[in-house]
Design a protein around this ligand. Structure first.
Ligand code: ADP
Length: 366
């Protein structure tokens, strides 16, 4: 197990493209870190710089406190699992898992013992004689993981390892990866564009956009205290609702409704008068009907989606739209008018220009 330090890491590709800007992060021994963000935001590039597969253009990368920029992939003692599992098709599961050790000339008996132990962790004991083509996608991915974890390495890197699996297999493999991490205790960095994977697996998540780190925090922190509109919209499903408006008299419109933002802005209310702000609320934060200490809104129901444990309700108010999550027993009729409440405490306000969150002021009962 190793701890890692990334100090002002930058990547400028030979064609001049600046893919990663000033990436800073300390990763503890045994921590499970997830890099998440939309395609092209620089996640894989950062992971590949950590793996030693891509040069670091600027900045310093340390393993256990020692500079590692110049070390090759093998010297860094990292193992990597890619999204294409790249198994050797003509080799059995046993030989695929053993491959790295065989290359190193490790004693056969030692190899046998290690492969069996690894296969047991991954539930592959009964498949060791099979060829990859006789395995399901999930099993193949497990072999690829086995090949990586059989070597004693300090750091385990995974680049979208579940993206070739179907939805059901992804959920199963996700919990298996969490289990493997608990058993091996290896420092792990995992890249995905899927916020659910990030939320369920990570000790800490790094949210990236356009080559810049947006926020680093636990899943709880990112959900409850997003620093900007991007993180607020990226974490959570369905995403947070946003209503943009210019503040007039401490209020912004949402269709025919008036959202009183002055209470939330507190002392900053004057400063935001005539300026654009973004009013955010999570679909699951609302309750139907009029509640105390809340914004009260009326809207038309455009569509409902029954999901079993809850219903997504798509609403419109004039030109504005939002999604609400309600108890399935409360599913409203399509085209009906509903009233709902957003507790003041669950309202997020962002600066319309910088898109950064405006610090919350404690809400007074009224
Ligand atoms: P992600 O993993 O978040 O999808 P990547 O790290 O793969 O993103 O890519 C980040 C950006 O760098 C993208 O815009 C991509 O097109 C660009 N990029 C990746 N590899 C190269 C390369 N070899 N040369 C130039 N640009 C690259």
């Amino acid at each position: 197990m190793a701890y890692l330090t990334l100090k002002d890491i930058n990547k400028i590709y030979p064609n001049g493209y600046h893919a990663v800007h000033n990436f800073n992060l300390e990763i503890d021994k045994g921590e499970f870190i997830v890099f998440v963000g939309p395609s092209g935001c620089g996640k894989s590039t950062t992971l590949r710089m950590i793996a030693g597969l891509e040069d670091i253009s600027n900045g310093e990368f340390l393993i256990d406190g020692k500079r590692a920029n110049e070390l090759g992939p093998r010297e860094r003692e990292v193992a990597m699992v890619f999204q294409s599992y790249a198994l050797y098709p003509q080799m059995t599961v046993f030989d695929n898992i053993a491959f790295g050790l065989t290359l190193q000339g490790v004693d056969e008996e030692v190899i046998e013992e290690k492969v069996k132990k690894t296969a047991a962790i991954l539930g592959l004991t009964d498949y060791l004689d099979r060829l990859p083509r006789a395995l399901s996608g999930g099993q193949r991915q497990r072999v690829a993981i086995g090949r990586a974890i059989i070597r004693k390495v300090g750091v385990f890197l995974m680049d979208e390892p579940l993206s070739n699996l179907d939805a059901k297999q992804r959920v199963t493999m996700r919990s298996e990866i969490a289990q493997i991490h608990r058993e091996t205790g290896a420092t792990t960095i995992y890249v995905t564009h899927d916020q659910t994977e990030a939320m369920t697996l990570a000790d800490r998540i790094v949210v990236m956009k356009d080559g810049y780190v947006q926020q680093i925090g636990t899943p709880y922190e990112l959900y409850h205290d997003p620093v900007n509109v991007f993180v607020a919209g990226f974490i959570g499903e369905p995403p947070m609702n946003f209503i943009r408006g210019t503040v007039k008299g401490g209020k912004i419109p949402f269709g025919d409704n008036i959202l009183d933002v002055a209470a939330r802005l507190g002392a900053k209310a004057g400063q935001y008068e005539d300026r654009e702000i973004v009013f955010g609320f999570r679909p699951e934060a609302i309750s139907l009907g009029d509640q105390d200490n809340a914004c009260h809104l009326k809207a038309q129901v455009e569509l409902t989606e029954m999901l079993g444990d809850n219903t997504n309700v798509y609403i419109t108010a004039g030109e504005d739209k939002a999604i609400l999550k309600v108890d399935p027993h409360d599913t409203p009729d399509i085209d009906s008018e509903i009233t709902f409440s957003i507790p003041f405490a669950d309202v997020y306000l962002f600066d319309g220009e910088t898109e950064r969150v405006i610090e919350k002021v404690p809400v007074q009962s009224r």
